[in-house]
Design a protein around this ligand. Structure first.
Ligand code: GLY
Length: 374
C-alpha cells in the first residue's frame, strides 16, 4: 500500500466533495462564505470549475454520480451560449472543463459540437490589428473596454488549440499563437513577473497603457496573474513546441518560486509596499503548482526537479495549512484564497478555482491523465 501524502489528500478531498455534491448538485459555486459555497449564474467565469472537479473525480473513481452531475452542469451552459453580452474571454475556462473534458473522457459527439461552438466565440474576440483577444464586455453602460487584454486569457487558449486539433482547421491555433506573441511582447517583464491588464488602441492596435487590475499597481506582481502566466505559457509550449513559450514559462515560474514566503503560500501580490495588507491567495499557489508540475514533465533543463519539488512543496503546504479536513461544516477544500483585493471581493475565503487546481495538482502527482487543458 502506498503511503504518499497526496493519496491521503485525494481521499479526503474525494470524501468532502462527495458530501458537497448532495447540496450543490448541478450548481455553479464560486466562493465559500461561512462554510457554504455561494452559487453563481452559469455565465460567470467560474462555471467550469465545479464540473471540472467532478470530471477529475469520475476519471479517478468511475463513480457515475460525478459524471451525471457534471453532464447536467454542461447542459446548463446551453442557457448562456447565446447570451451574447454576458460571455467574454472566459469561454475557455467554462467549456474546457465541461464539454472538452467530457469529449476527452467519453468521446461524446454533442460535447465536441458545444466546445467547437464555444471556440468560435472565443476566436471571434480577436483584434486583428492589436493581435490580442479582447478580455471583457462593458461591465456597465458606457464603459469602453474594447482595447483590454489580460494575462488570465492564456488559460483560455487551450480551447483554441483543442479546436484546431479536432477540426483540422488551423485558424483557432493561429489566433492563440498571435495572442501569445502579444503576451510575450507586452505582458512579460524581464524579471519574469507579468502585467495583469494591457490596454491597446483597438483601431490602430498600438499598445496604449499597462494597468494594475487585480494587482496592487501597474508595476506590482499579482500572484494569481503570475500563476496564469506560468501555466498558460507551459500549455502554449505543450501545444506548439515553441521554445520561446517554454522560456517564458520557466521565467515566470522562477519569479514565482523566488518570491514565495517560508510557508510556500503566496500573498495576493508579490510586490506590495509595507503598509498594504498581504492576505494569502491559496488559489495562486494551487494554479502555479499544477502548472509547474506540467512544466517539470516537459523541461529538458536541470530545472525539472526544481519545479517538481517547488510544486510539491506548495501543494503539501496547502494541504497541511489551508486544508479543511477537520471541519466538516466547511465546503471549500482549501482556505485563504483572495479573489479581488483591490475591489474588496472574496478575501480570505475558499475559491472554487483554488479547489480545482489543488485537486488537479494532486491528480498530477497521482499521474492522472488526461488533464483537460492538454
Ligand atoms: N480570471 C479572473 C481571476 O483570476 O480572478
Amino acid at each position: 500500500m502506498t503511503t504518499e501524502w497526496w493519496n491521503e489528500a485525494w481521499r479526503q478531498a474525494h470524501a468532502k466533495l462527495s458530501r458537497s455534491l448532495e447540496r450543490i448538485g448541478a450548481g455553479y459555486p464560486h466562493a465559500s462564505v461561512n462554510g457554504k459555497y455561494l452559487l453563481e449564474e452559469p455565465h460567470w467565469w467560474t462555471a467550469g470549475f465545479w464540473p471540472g472537479m467532478l470530471w477529475l473525480l469520475y476519471e479517478a473513481s468511475g463513480d457515475e454520480k460525478f459524471r451525471e452531475t457534471a453532464e447536467q452542469c454542461e447542459a446548463g451552459l446551453d442557457r448562456v451560449i447565446s447570451e451574447y453580452y454576458k460571455l467574454d474571454h472566459d469561454i475557455g475556462f467554462m467549456w474546457t472543463l465541461t464539454s472538452v473534458a467530457r469529449y476527452k473522457l467519453l468521446q461524446a459527439e454533442d460535447a465536441k459540437r458545444r466546445a467547437l461552438l464555444a471556440a468560435n466565440l472565443l476566436a471571434a474576440r480577436f483584434n486583428l490589428r492589436g493581435r490580442y483577444i479582447r478580455a471583457w464586455n462593458p461591465w456597465h453602460a458606457g464603459e469602453d473596454n474594447t482595447g483590454y487584454a489580460i494575462i488570465d486569457s492564456l488559460m483560455n487558449l487551450p480551447l483554441l488549440f483543442w479546436a484546431s486539433r479536432e477540426s483540422g482547421d488551423p485558424r483557432y491555433r493561429h489566433v492563440a499563437e498571435a495572442h501569445l506573441d502579444t503576451a510575450l511582447a507586452h505582458f512579460l517583464r524581464s524579471d519574469g513577473s507579468v502585467y495583469h491588464i494591457v490596454r491597446f488602441d483597438p483601431v490602430s492596435g498600438a499598445c496604449a497603457e499597462k494597468l494594475g487590475g487585480q494587482g496592487y499597481a501597474p508595476e506590482s506582481a499579482w500572484s494569481r496573474g503570475t500563476a496564469w502566466a506560468i501555466y498558460g505559457f507551459a500549455l502554449a509550449y505543450h501545444h506548439t513546441g515553441r521554445r520561446d513559450f517554454l522560456d517564458a514559462a520557466e521565467r515566470t515560474a522562477n519569479f514565482f518560486i523566488a518570491h514565495l514566503p517560508a510557508d510556500k503560500i503566496p500573498p495576493w501580490d508579490f510586490r506590495l509596499p509595507e503598509h498594504v495588507a498581504r492576505p494569502k491567495d491559496s488559489s495562486a499557489g494551487a494554479c502555479a503548482a499544477s502548472g509547474m508540475l506540467m512544466l517539470a514533465d516537459m523541461t529538458v533543463q536541470s530545472g525539472a526537479e526544481r519545479y517538481r519539488a517547488a510544486a510539491t512543496e506548495i501543494l503539501k503546504s496547502l494541504y497541511e495549512r489551508c486544508g479543511t479536513w477537520d471541519d466538516p461544516a466547511e465546503e471549500g477544500l482549501i482556505l485563504h484564497g483572495t479573489g479581488n483585493f483591490p475591489e474588496g471581493q472574496n478575501i480570505d475565503v475558499p475559491l472554487i478555482y483554488g479547489d480545482y487546481f489543488f485537486l488537479e495538482g494532486l491528480g498530477r502527482l497521482k499521474q492522472l491523465q488526461p488533464i483537460f487543458w492538454e
